[in-house]
Design a protein around this ligand. Structure first.
Ligand code: ZN
Length: 188
């Protein structure tokens, strides 16, 4: 079942996710529902906080993008079709500080709002899949960026926190309008 996506400025988006300790059927069903929700919204990543659950859990699927990126999963160049949609539990991201790249990011919790965010290009992420198996993914480009964006969500950090002042000033009217909509929706 697709879930409702929570929008900025809902408090849940600022909650740090609880560590996943049970890798059972309900967890895998939750991850599957998140994948369905992400696909339905044409997104490339979705964090548990965005469907109202403060957990260290996110999903990513970049198969529909034409972006060029490189990766190594558990030491091999596993074809994307074999590991996406990717379920990421309890991620630990280590970024290679240089180089950084600028990219105009969007977020399903900020409909129609996009802004430039600077992030390291390359990361190594250690995580568990829906069965609790540990993996190491080394990647760059959009895959790295998407995972950094989602891992931030799991710690209550949003892409607006990573934008510079000038970008935020430009987006200010849209952010205020979205806050108002979210507030009104919460009253219903
Ligand atoms: Zn997001």
């Amino acid at each position: 079942m697709p879930q409702t996506i929570v929008h900025f400025n809902s408090p849940i988006l600022r909650k740090k996710g609880a560590v996943i300790t049970r890798f059972d059927e309900p967890l895998r069903q939750l991850a599957a529902a998140m994948v369905e929700t992400m696909h339905g919204a044409r997104g490339i990543g979705l964090a548990a906080q965005q469907i109202g659950e403060a957990l260290q859990l996110c999903v990513v699927d970049l198969r529909a993008t034409e972006s060029d990126f490189d990766w190594e999963l558990d030491g091999g160049h596993t074809p994307l079709d074999l590991f996406m949609p990717l379920v990421i539990a309890n991620p630990s991201v280590t970024a290679v500080p240089e180089p950084t790249t600028v990219y105009e990011e969007g977020c399903l919790s900020f409909p129609k709002i996009n802004g430039d965010v600077v992030r390291p290009d390359e990361i190594i992420v250690k995580f568990q899949d829906g069965h609790g198996t540990l993996h190491t993914l080394h990647c760059n480009g959009l895959l790295s960026r998407c995972i950094q964006h989602e891992a931030d969500h799991l710690n209550g950090i949003l892409f607006i926190d990573r934008m510079d002042k000038a970008t935020l000033e430009l987006l200010d009217p849209e952010l205020k309008a979205l806050k108002k909509l979210t507030r009104e929706a919460a009253k219903k």
